[in-house]
Design a protein around this ligand. Structure first.
Ligand code: DOR
Length: 428
């Protein structure tokens, strides 16, 4: 099976390529990258004139909810949301029911993804049994079953001793720990960022320090153990500073930021829109500024969505009772493109943060366009202008604070192993 991607502007951060050039794919592998490739009449052609052709986008942080919470999302709907959103590979977090804390559940997720999924799915195993923070999960079994990292995401690993042991174990398998940094002693009961707006809106706040205390602790434990630490969804200027210092020291630390923390502040909680309730909470303009500086100076390693779909009943209620989380897969590209369009982030850097950046963190042999590489490719239409309509989401989670907002720059095509799985937002 051959596929020709013709006339697109190919951006490949791992080689620095930024050129209008054709890509020929054969049997799921990139066969040629060259000007003006000619093919037989029967070969499928994706016409990519005025489009941006990138390595397949990778999202390290997705909640697929299956098994256990299929009313919020399942592997079929979540992977379709990923494909529609331009992602070819996603990692799914273990806060399912049962938790992905043993080989049987990890294998179930992999098998289900192979059967009903449309993009590559890599499970993240739990750090502790049932994410209870007490006993380590069966880490070796999780690795054998195909987990590419460990996390208790949704919950922090509160015990420093447990985190230290987890790091020692993870080290044996060269596995990253993806840490959800939250001191629940400081965040408990909190509904939004602690500051001026939480006072005005009469909601209990979550201080920056709830995140930063744990970022500092985990960085120290990485210093102690030498383990690979990946810090999830960082939201504050202080956290970015801590990572910058850790990197200067040569510690094994990477981090991600989300599209929503890059573009929305706590002010949007005005009107008590529960779709903007997320953990960690939306912060301040100064924090956004610091995250963007972190992107541009290399402190931030990747952008991840923290796609957290919820059903209507979890969100259509009083703010205090609503679940935390934003359905993010189908808005990530347009939201981050808004930062490219306003000149805050360079296009090549954006593509890097969605491709080779995350691939390196989980040792994935994807995220690059070169001859011989697996043909996972994301194509963006930088000129398409469209409003966000959650009712058109493939995700069961319609919980987006971007509803009815217009963006320029949307996914045009998603190609997984040489197969066109989505075009112009429609999954095949
Ligand atoms: O807002 C969030 N929702 N943050 C998390 O860390 C977990 C996630 C979820 O699972 O709903």
């Amino acid at each position: 099976m051959k596929l020709l991607i013709k006339g697109g502007r190919v951006i490949n951060p791992s080689s620095g390529l930024d050129e209008v050039i054709d890509i020929l794919v054969e049997d799921g592998i990139i066969k040629a990258i060259s000007k003006d490739i000619q093919v037989d009449k029967n070969v499928n052609i994706v016409h990519a004139d005025n489009k941006i052709v990138c390595p397949g986008f990778i999202d390290l942080h997705v909640h697929l909810r299956e098994p256990g919470f299929e009313y919020k999302e399942d592997i079929a709907s979540g992977t379709r949301a990923a494909a529609a959103g331009g992602f070819t590979s996603i990692c799914c977090m273990p806060n399912t029911n049962p938790v992905i804390d043993n080989a049987a559940v990890a294998s179930f997720v992999k098998e289900r993804a192979a059967k009903s999924g449309v993009v590559n799915v890599y499970p993240i195993g739990a750090v502790t049994k049932q994410q209870a923070g007490k006993e380590l999960a069966e880490i070796a079994d999780l690795v054998t079953a195909g987990c590419v990292g460990l996390s208790d995401d949704g919950k922090p690993v509160l015990g420093s001793d447990i985190m230290r042991h987890a790091m020692d174990y993870a080290n044996m398998f060269n596995l990253p720990i993806l840490s959800h940094c939250e001191d629940t002693g400081l965040s408990s009961g909190g509904q939004m960022n602690e500051g001026y707006f939480s006072t005005i809106f009469g909601l209990q706040g979550i201080p920056d320090e709830a995140e930063e205390v744990m970022v500092a602790r985990d960085i120290m434990l990485t210093g102690l153990t030498g383990a690979r630490l990946h810090l999830c969804h960082l939201s504050t200027a202080g956290s970015i500073n801590l990572v910058r210092l850790a990197k200067k020291k040569g510690l094994n630390v990477t981090c991600e930021v989300t599209p929503h923390h890059l573009t929305l502040t706590d002010e949007v909680i005005e009107g008590y829109d529960t779709d903007a309730k997320v953990n960690p909470p939306l912060r301040t303009p100064e924090d956004i500024e610091a995250l963007i500086v972190g992107i541009n100076d290399g402190t931030v390693d990747c952008i991840a969505t923290d796609h957290a779909p919820h059903h209507l009943e979890s969100k259509d209620c009083e703010f205090n009772l609503a679940a935390f989380g934003i359905s993010g897969l189908e808005t990530a590209i347009p939201v981050v493109m808004s930062l490219v369009n306003s000149g805050k982030i360079d296009l090549m850097r954006m593509v890097e943060l969605f491709t080779v950046g995350p691939a390196d963190i989980i040792n994935l042999d994807r995220g690059t366009i070169e001859v011989g590489a697996i043909a996972d490719i994301t194509i963006i239409d930088p000129d398409k202008i469209q409003m966000v309509n959650p009712q058109n989401f493939y995700s069961k989670g319609k919980n987006t604070p971007y509803k009815n907002r217009e963006f320029r720059g949307w996914p045009y095509a998603t190609i997984v192993k040489g197969e066109l799985v989505a075009s112009e937002g429609i999954v095949r």
